[in-house]
Design a binder for this molecule. Structure first.
Ligand code: HEC
Ligand code: HEC
Length: 302
């Protein structure tokens, strides 16, 4: 073979190998049934976690479901992101348009690995990047709570995003560098209450999604955890959660807990805009002890 065509052949071989590696790396890696713990579901705990995780904020009934109870996650409401508009789907137990027929494994793979039952990568506008760090038993409790709700017929609406297929494979590559799936670990040196707050904030509460800045790969920059920065929605800024008491924003942890519970209603105005109003509404539905634990943890951030 002449020298030039040998070089061309090697380049072609390398390109194909590169594509094959990218193809393999962008494929979803779902959990297997053996990785799902045996668990007796607890619907009451599922309801608490559903509120802590704010599932309803995104999966609320859309404008064409006016007669549907607004507390049901029937889906179809537009959710705008910098890459396009999503219509987070129906989470009620309707067997055809909701998740009535989903297995535990399918549900855990969607919520903790960002993989749909059809085997596609989901876009991390759905904060599975935080839910991955939850206890899987808590995720199964959310499923049990959802199964206890009234079914609503609400067919899925296609997301308005460019090149969905390529984008979803791209998310597969991104997961290799930016997706952390180790479960949240308590700090044995801290009180149980602080650890509960840390779990709520870093797992279900997905506070990092907005309050922790990202690096050039769109991965959380843990060296600046909770330091605030540009809003992931593309507009405005998210404040830092460091030293809220020292900076005089709240008198003490109880004052912060009161802000989480009451928000603007009691004149706490720094929790209203940029999606924080919805987060605060969800937090107000939690048991007092959970809110106080969250406030203890957040007010300890230096
Ligand atoms: C910040 C908004 C947001 C929150 C909060 C949120 N979701 Fe979603 N969810 C989405 C979006 C957007 C999608 C669609 C992602 C896609 O198409 O790639 C989605 C998709 C899903 C899917 C996949 C459905 C399918 O057909 O593949 C499930 C299941 C789901 N969410 C459950 C939940 C649960 C349970 C919670 C709470 C623990 C939750 N979501 C919280 C935005 C959200
Ligand atoms: C959707 C993005 C988003 C998420 C998720 C989010 N926040 Fe926020 N947060 C904001 C924005 C934006 C503000 C500023 C709101 C304002 O000034 O009206 C804010 C404000 C706050 C403040 C007030 C800060 C101050 O200076 O007084 C606290 C405290 C706070 N968030 C805590 C949390 C906690 C705890 C969580 C998780 C349970 C959380 N946030 C989740 C976006 C978010």
């Amino acid at each position: 073979m002449p020298r030039r065509s040998r070089i061309l052949t090697s380049i072609a071989v390398l390109a194909v190998a590169g594509l094959a590696v990218a193809w393999g790396m962008s494929a979803p890696h779902p959990l297997t049934a053996a990785e799902i713990p045996a668990h007796q579901p607890d619907i009451a705990n599922g309801k608490v976690l559903f509120n802590a995780a704010g599932c309803l904020s995104c999966h609320k009934p859309g404008p064409d479901l006016k007669n549907v109870d607004a507390s049901l996650p029937a889906g179809g409401s537009p959710f705008k992101t910098p890459i396009g508009t999503f219509y987070p789907p129906n989470l009620t137990p309707d067997p055809e348009t909701g998740i009535g027929k989903w297995t535990d494994l399918e549900f855990v793979n969607a919520v903790q690995r960002g993989i749909s039952p059809e085997g596609e990568n989901l876009i991390p506008a759905f904060p599975y990047t935080s839910y991955a760090r939850m206890k899987t038993s808590d995720v199964l409790d959310i499923k049990a709570y959802l199964a206890s709700l009234s079914p609503v017929v609400s067919p899925e609406k296609q997301a308005q995003i460019p090149a969905p297929w390529l984008l979803r494979r791209g998310v597969g590559l991104w997961k290799h560098i930016a997706f952390r799936t180790d479960q949240w670990q308590p700090d044995p040196g801290k009180p149980a209450e602080w650890n509960l707050g840390a779990y709520i904030a870093n797992g279900p509460g997905h506070c990092n999604e907005c309050h922790t800045p990202r690096n050039m790969f769109m991965a959380f920059d843990w060296s600046k955890q909770f330091a605030g920065g540009p809003h992931p929605g593309g507009e405005g800024k998210v404040p830092s959660l460091h030293d809220l008491i020292g900076r005089g924003k709240y008198k003490d942890a109880s004052d912060l807990a009161s802000a989480f519970q009451n928000g603007e209603m009691l004149g706490y105005e720094d929790m209203a805009s940029g999606g924080m109003g919805e987060v605060q509404t969800n937090l107000s539905k939690l048991p007092d002890s959970d809110v106080q634990a969250l406030a203890d943890y957040i007010s300890s951030l230096k």
